[in-house]
Write a protein that binds this ligand. Sequence first.
Ligand code: FES
Length: 113
Amino acid sequence: MASVKVRFVFPGGKKIIEAEGQPGERLLDIAHHHDIPLEGTCEGQMACSTCHVIVSRADFPKLPLPSEEEEDMLDFAGGVTATSRLSCQIWLKEEWGSLEVQLPADVRNMQGR
Ligand code: FES
């Protein structure tokens, strides 16, 4: 299987970390393997929203629609946009080829909440 290129863009585009993930891998786990500051406190139980990312407009349509639980949890995330998702609910698919996500601006403030 071909890997999927993942780009993590830090707030303001000041820093970009490029990673590769395997199909079926969870975006939150890839972030953790590369020391991206996404907390994911609840480990994917959809109870924290600290794993919030903003998917690029170009890539957003590739993703399956969020579940109702995910949408409800996104209501609690800071800096939510129309292309916001929870990274614990994104499993890479080979056909995407690549995926670009931005970290929300208040990602640091969420730590310790
Ligand atoms: S890790 Fe808590 S909602 Fe994603």
